[in-house]
Design a protein around this ligand. Structure first.
Ligand SMILES: NC(=O)C1=CN([C@@H]2O[C@H](COP(=O)(O)OP(=O)(O)OC[C@H]3O[C@@H](n4cnc5c(N)ncnc54)[C@H](OP(=O)(O)O)[C@@H]3O)[C@@H](O)[C@H]2O)C=CC1
Ligand SMILES: Nc1nc(=O)c2c([nH]1)NC[C@@H]1CN(c3ccc(C(=O)N[C@@H](CCC(=O)O)C(=O)O)cc3)C=[N+]21
Length: 369
């Protein structure tokens, strides 16, 4: 190194095009040198000139100072919010409670999962939920219906599970085939067993001050749980939720509001969404658009919760695709103070919350504390 350089600020630009498996990162550095302390120089650098011995060293061509190599020691990186680890902790906590319940009152919680049609992703989710139930000691009951089955058949099974005392939670995997009326089916789940929290009565109570839902939807609950477990304050903060679906965006906004955040909702008709997200201390994104939230949509120090699960083509991956979130991780993680990865962020928490809701239901139905 020819000159000692004090980095005063860093701006990172990444090519976040959704399909590229490797992206190039350019870095605009503002720094002063000891040789030229009053000069602030700007250099356009290309990352990735890797010397494994000096991974943080960038080689560049500088004309206004004698520097040829820069040590980027103070590059800020966000805390990675490890949903996979937290979900494991929660599964262990749930397992302890389930075994205590079994020992003390001889009850084992049961979860019924209804899957209609043959979507591959839905089948995978259901399989993962069953596996998770097995690991904590929840009995799972799975019913599969062919794509062309009737709404009445599904309703009949829901009614059967409503009356079955060994079932404490009922989950209807979404989306349903288009010929079925989702409202009718979700309304049929009795609210005491609505572990997904999708029944309008549970959502209505979530929206009302002074009312308590019996269950909170798993994905938004998982987002808030991550914030709590990482000691991230919510009260008085500005939160922006991107997406307003019944299952994620809308209940996430309601939950943040219940936690005393000031909440804005961005959706597909929002003009200049980046101006709104840039004001946020906390962003929860649930859109389904790969890498939509760029680094420059994010206020420095913001906390980012990425719900999006988007498959993008990747010939190098064994499945031929890989999962990315709604947030351009590479860019945003350099601006944020904390961020959830995809995979390994919110996804595992959704399943952990489902287990936790099923335990809660069994405890409540059997008056077990
Ligand atoms: N990690 C997990 O556990 C889970 C992940 N997911 C993932 O989360 C994502 C969202 O799921 P879900 O809520 O069911 O999706 P929906 O398609 O039901 O909702 C998407 C929302 O995003 C909004 N939206 C779409 N495009 C834009 C845009 N360009 N700018 C701003 N807002 C936009 C839509 O707006 P509008 O209302 O105007 O149409 C809508 O409110 C998906 O990737 C899904 O796979 C879902 C559930 C659980
Ligand atoms: N009634 C109903 N309830 C749901 O909760 C529900 C639903 N329907 N329909 C579909 C969405 C989607 N969803 C996910 C759950 C876990 C992961 C998950 O565990 N993801 C892993 C990756 C899994 C992989 O690698 O394929 C992760 O993010 O690390 C993702 C998505 C629940 N949903």
């Amino acid at each position: 190194m020819d000159a000692l350089i004090h980095l005063s600020s860093t701006t990172i630009f990444t090519d976040c095009s959704s399909s590229s498996s490797s992206s190039s990162t350019a870095c605009l550095l503002h720094f002063t040198t000891t040789k030229f302390p009053n000069t602030i120089s700007r250099f356009n650098l290309q990352f990735g000139i890797s010397n494994p011995k000096f991974p943080k060293t960038i080689i560049t061509h500088c004309s206004s100072s004698s520097a040829t190599a820069i040590q980027v020691d103070n590059e800020t990186a966000a805390t990675v919010i490890d949903g996979k680890r937290v979900a494991k902790d929660i599964r262990e906590e749930v397992a302890v409670e389930i075994s205590r319940m079994k020992d003390e009152i001889g009850i084992v919680p049961g979860l019924a999962v209804i899957l209609v049609g043959d979507r591959k992703d839905s089948a995978t989710y259901v399989r993962n939920k069953k596996k998770a139930c097995d690991t904590v000691g929840i009995n799972s009951y799975e019913v599969r219906f062919p794509e062309d089955s009737s709404e009445e058949e599904v309703l009949k099974h829901i009614s059967k599970f409503n009356d079955d005392p060994s079932v404490h939670g009922i989950l209807v995997q979404l989306p349903l085939p288009s010929h079925m009326n989702e409202q009718n089916i979700l309304n049929a789940v009795c609210i005491e067993k609505d572990v997904d929290g999708f029944h309008p009565l549970n959502i209505g109570r979530l929206a009302m001050r002074g009312r308590e839902p019996l269950f909170v939807p798993c994905t938004p609950k998982g987002c808030i749980e991550l914030l709590h477990r990482y000691d991230i304050p919510i009260k008085g903060k500005r939160a922006v939720v991107i997406g307003r679906s019944n299952i994620v965006g809308m209940p996430a906004a309601l939950l943040l509001q219940r936690e005393d955040a000031t909440v804005s909702i961005v959706h597909s008709r929002t003009k200049n969404p980046e101006e709104i997200t840039r004001q946020a201390d906390i962003i929860i994104s649930a859109v389904g658009q790969p890498n939509m939230v760029r680094g420059n949509w994010v206020k420095p120090g913001a906390v980012l919760i990425d719900v999006g699960i988007n498959p993008v083509e990747d010939p190098e991956s064994p499945r031929g695709y890989r999962l990315v979130g709604d947030i351009c991780y590479e860019e945003a993680s350099k601006v944020a103070s904390a961020i959830t990865p995809v995979p390994g962020g919110v996804g595992p928490m959704t399943i952990a919350m489902l287990l936790s809701n099923t335990l809660l239901s069994a405890k409540r139905l059997h008056n077990f504390r």
